[in-house]
Design a protein around this ligand. Structure first.
Ligand code: ADP
Length: 542
């Protein structure tokens, strides 16, 4: 029997129409360099998005042309999020922390035609631009000298001039919900970045999952501080979720250091925020060094991208009244796939134990555990295997690639290794490429890191596997000690004693001023391994 329901397509235009009309009074607010916060209502953003769409049409954007953004989190970027996919083109968010070589590779691979660039990032784009063959127009936001961007066949125009004079409504076309709305490249921790193309449908459904009470519980009474960059996996869905629910969006632009963030939180009182653990760890240290700052408006902080140390969550909750919720996902999964929200009926200790996991899948996402031979493993909290995932907002392929290896029978192989318990809570023990294999047995680098991060003298810690003659590999703990503190490797080893199997205890230690980070703020183990291989780490053997 055929259903009697209307076949209305799930598109970003529907999200935009809803946000700009039903929630027209909600606001996008952006932190300015002078510390002021500028704002526009969703209704105004809707009108400016229509102007942007007209301007893009007028400059030749047609069909599914790719329009790239090289921007921070701000109002103009939200306008691009609204206009570009809703007019049928494809929004391609570029990560400004990538190397010029990677940006050129991605720009060509995605076949970008237009780049909207933040004025502050124009110097980064200038040398890359001649290497991206298809770009015909560059639109620059803010006050900036466009001269360095000019070269043959490329017109350069200021954002406000570009959209000025165009009509404030746009007849958003009917779009097949399965067509691409946006694309994002994995940050390339392993090899060349791979492109993921989201659909209108996947974006719509993912935004609903983000809004859900058991997701990030976004309502019209919220103000969302989107710290996670809009070029990192769609800012975790926060932008479209805000438009759907009518929550205000608070955007930090390029000011992602603890000092401006804490001031922004204390004065603007956001209720929801999202960022990777290294940002929250910086914020916590700042709060400790600058007592008296009130960040308790944050009722829910979504945190993920790498494992969230328990002590970080506990310190925020106990000292600052901030509830951190761990979530797990990937660029390939839009990204929200699992969230650690334990049943409220459990005892506090049990709740903390589950909050330290990567969570259980949100409705729409299925997870399974698979061994090396591709056989499914039980969800018994003990069996360890690779996590595989499927669902309507999980990618089924990479752009322009037939990468069979990353997929198995319609499931995405995540490259993450871990366990799933009877209640479906996932504990990641490692990424497959970071696993330490010592004497034929696995040592979880993540578990060692999470434990060491709980030592009072440790500011940052990353554990990598290094070659060992006898055991093939042994763990090397790379530690940043808190300013003004001192700690010996033996003390750190004693701290771990009894918490992990004896043979996990690292004998190699290294103290550094800072652990190198990836382009999305995670500890960069690839770089650490290279530094070690080149003999650039001073290793203490105890
Ligand atoms: P990259 O692969 O370059 O880091 P992504 O941001 O897509 O780019 O990273 C996805 C990966 O991040 C996951 O496969 C997983 O290894 C890691 N990750 C995400 N969330 C968590 C989490 N809560 N705990 C541990 N690891 C996480």
């Amino acid at each position: 029997m055929q259903s009697t329901m209307m076949n209305v397509q799930l598109t970003t235009a529907a999200i935009l129409r809803h946000g700009a009309s039903v929630h027209g009074a909600a606001r996008v607010r952006t932190l300015q360099p002078d510390g002021a916060v500028s704002g526009a209502t969703f209704a105004e953003v809707g009108r400016r998005s229509a102007q942007l769409a007209h301007a893009l049409r007028a400059c030749g954007v047609a069909g599914d042309d790719r329009v790239a953004t090289l921007m921070w989190n701000n109002q103009e970027h939200v306008e691009a999020y609204c206009a570009v996919p809703s007019m049928g083109a494809v929004l391609h968010t570029l990560n400004p922390r990538l190397s010029a070589e990677q940006l050129a590779y991605i720009g060509n691979h995605a076949e970008d035609r237009v780049v909207i660039v933040d004025g502050s990032l124009a110097p980064l784009l200038a040398p890359v631009l001649p290497q991206i063959a298809g770009v015909h127009t560059v639109v620059v936001t803010g006050e900036v000298d466009p001269a360095p961007l000019r070269h043959d066949g490329v017109s350069v125009v200021g954002y406000e001039d570009f959209i000025a004079g165009h009509p404030e409504t746009f007849d958003w076309p009917e779009i097949d919900e399965l067509s691409a709305s946006a694309m994002c490249y994995t940050s390339g921790t392993t090899g060349n970045p791979k492109g993921v193309a989201y659909s209108h449908r996947s974006t719509y459904l993912h935004s609903m999952a983000a809004c859900a009470a058991d997701g990030l519980s976004v309502t019209g009474d919220d103000c969302i501080l989107a710290i996670v960059p809009m070029f990192h996996a769609n800012a975790w869905g926060l932008v479209y979720a805000a438009l759907m629910a009518g929550a205000d969006l608070l955007m930090p632009d390029r000011f992602l250091q603890a000092d401006p963030l804490v001031r922004l939180i204390a004065t603007e009182r956001p209720t929801i925020a999202g960022a990777v653990p290294t940002i929250w760890s910086d914020v916590l240290n700042y709060l400790e060094a600058h007592p008296g700052q009130d960040v308790s408006s944050l009722g829910l902080v979504a945190c993920g991208g790498s494992a969230v140390p328990l002590h970080l969550m506990q310190a925020f909750e106990e000292k600052h009244g901030v509830h951190i919720v761990q979530a797990w996902g990937m660029t390939e999964t839009s990204p929200l796939a699992a969230i650690a929200r334990p049943p409220a009926s459990l005892a506090p200790d049990e709740q903390w134990a589950l909050r330290a996991t990567q969570g259980r899948p949100v409705a729409g996402v299925e997870l399974r555990l698979v061994d090396d031979e591709g056989k499914e493993l039980p969800h018994d909290g003990e069996s360890v295997g690779e996590l595989q995932v499927r669902g309507p907002w999980i990618t089924g392929a990479y752009v322009g690639e037939e990468d069979g290896e990353k997929f198995q029978d319609g499931w995405l192989r995540t490259g993450d290794v871990g366990r799933i318990d009877e209640r479906s809570f996932v504990t990641l023990t490692d990424r497959a490429k970071d696993v330490i294999k010592s004497g034929g047995e696995w040592i979880s680098s993540v578990e060692l890191e999470l434990l060491l991060a709980g030592h009072p003298d440790v500011l940052e810690v990353s554990v990598i596997g290094v070659p060992d003659e006898k055991w093939q590999e042994r763990p090397l703990a790379v530690v940043v000690v808190r300013e003004g503190n001192e700690v010996a490797p033996g003390q750190l080893r004693d701290f771990l004693e009894g918490k992990v199997a004896k043979w996990w205890l690292p004998e190699r230690w290294c103290f550094v001023p800072e652990v190198p980070k990836t382009s999305v703020g995670k500890f960069d183990k690839k770089r650490l391994r290279a530094l070690h291989a080149d003999g650039d780490l001073d290793v203490i053997d105890i």
